[in-house]
Each structure stands twice: as C-alpha cells, then as structure tokens.
Design a protein around this ligand. Sequence first.
Ligand code: SF4
Ligand code: SF4
Length: 355
Amino acid sequence: MQRNLIQFEQALHPGCDDGASPDNFADRLIKIGKDPLLAKSIDVLQVNLGCRCNLACKHCHVQAGPLRTEMMAREDIKAVIHILAGSPIKILDLTGGAPELHPDFRFLVTTARAIGCHVMVRSNLAIFFEQDPAEWPDFYKENVVEIIASLPCYNAVNVDAVRGSGVFMQCIQALKLLNERGYGRADGRLKVHLVHNPSGPFLPPPQELLEARYRKELLENFGVGFNCLYTMTNMPLGRFKDSLIKSGRLEVYLGELQKAFNPATLDGIMCRRQVSVGWDGTLADCDFNLAAGIALKKDCPSNVRDFDYEMLCRRQIVVSEHCFGCTASQGSSCTGAVAGGLPALKCAFSVVQSS
Ligand code: SF4
Ligand code: SF4
C-alpha cells in the first residue's frame, strides 16, 4: 500500500519549469519580472502558539514535540486580540505545535469569536485523546471552529510511519466524533479539512484526484467524511530537511522543486494575504519563514505588539530557497494547492493502477 502511494506521488513531474537553471528564489523572481514580491492584503492572521506537541512527526517543519516548552506569552495573546478587534483582519488561523496545548487557547478562540472573527485551528486530532475525547469536538462545535487536520495518507501504515504508532486510528476516531457533531457535511457550516503531505521527497499528486481517493477510502473503510483535502508540499525545513541531509537527498529535492517552479502559483501563495506571528511575538511572512528564523523585511514592525496593518499590507515579502516548495507544480499553501493545469491523465492512470 505504501509503495502504491509513493508510485502515485512519483508519477507527478509536472514540467512547469521555465527552462532556467537551478538558482535561488530571488533570482528566479527577477528572471520572470516578479521581483519584488509584494503582499496584496492581510486577510488572515496566522498565530503559532508554541512548539509543544503531543506528537513528534517526521515531516514537522517546526520540530515540535512533547519535550518542547516554548509558548506564546499572555501579553502577546492580548496583542493578537487587539489586532483582530481593531483591524479589518477577521480570520484567525491557529497553529503550533498542538495549539490546544496552550493554556490560553480556549480564551483566545472564544474571545476571537466574540469579536466576530472566523477561527481556524490546525489540529493533529490525536490531541483529542489526551483528555475526555468529547471535550475538543464539543468546544469546536460550540465555537464553529474550522478544523484543518493533518492526515498524510488514508491508511494506517503510512500515517503511523510518519506520526507514530496508533495515530492513524486516533485520527479516524476523532473524525467520527466530529462527524457525529455535524462536521464534514458538504452543505454544513462545520468544516473539517484534511492535509496530505507526500511520504518522501516527492511532489504531492493533483489535489482533486487525491481528494476523491481519500473520500472513497475513508468512507468505505471507516465510515468517516470530511470537507476538503489540501495537498501540501514537504518544505525543506526542520525535521524533513534533517532527514534529507541524512539521506543525502537535499540537493536532489531542492533541484526537483526548482524544476517544477510554476509562476502561476505566485498570486495564490499564502504570504501575499497573511502575516504570521511566532510564539515569541515575532512577525514573519509565513510559518515557514518563522521556522527558518526569517523575520519581516527591516522596514516593517518586527513584533506583534507593534503591528501596523496598513504598512504590512504593502510590505515586500522576504523570500528564500524554501519558497520553491510553495511554488512547485500546483503550488502549496495552508489551504492546499494554489494553481491547476497538471498532467491529470498521467496521475489518473497511477490512481487506477494502485486501486
Ligand atoms: S507536524 Fe503538527 S502534529 Fe506533527 S509534531 Fe509537528 S506540530 Fe505536532
Ligand atoms: S515560504 Fe511560501 S509563503 Fe513563505 S514567503 Fe516563501 S513563498 Fe511565501
């Protein structure tokens, strides 16, 4: 089963390359006349509440785990609320680590809801089983929280290999609890989306095709449903980068991302419409730049307590080599693919073969 999915992923070599030789991302933007890369707006405030997590996944770009202790300070949480209350930003996207492990998590969610914000939480779902399993689903339903949950595959072998033994079945149980509360219905207001990461240094398959496969497998085998599947490219950062270095595949992977560079993704990459706040209050263009220690450009405010909406809406985005991860092929963002136009027939053929 694992081999089948890997073949499925490897079938995708989309040929979006513009013929340029491998280079750095900033040079690539200059070559295609897209430098400087500017923000378009700020629709979403993404907040990383800390590095503590109940899991320690192999692909984790922030190297989160049970032994990490970093957490956002109460003063910075208040600064986040202040921004939401006093600016046009009305979408709060909470991530971590496991955001639920922050002691102020419930306070932040309920306060953001009370001031009219939509709240999205990036939950690993396994966190439900650290306490009464009904507590988080009930809380999420009560606050109409949109859930985005990592599930790298639709079978236990592949998921447990990346996330730890038994995690897949915990995710299935969690999805059942959410479905029972109305999450995952096509016409419902309670949304739970799944996130697929490839099992190795490959690009994800086309999102629509893989979503259909996930839907069929999860419904037929476990009776669970979800709203959308988001495919995300593994970023050459954190634990995934370490594993690439150890296996001697970092340069090859970076070369693959560069070859698959697709200029059509540049409008949809998340840094154009959001700002990220790190657990220590640092502002960055995205969670990946935060993980890489790359702050906003020098002329921008550097800390959440100095947030300036108008200025940040016009900022120049700081790019680095991992930006090729967001712009390869169909693109990759916190809400999945950002561009279409892929070799669907080739991938569809692989899906049929692996059925
Ligand atoms: S990928 Fe998510 S669930 Fe896994 S260790 Fe990192 S933060 Fe935790
Ligand atoms: S990593 Fe992605 S989201 Fe972040 S700055 Fe680069 S292109 Fe934008």
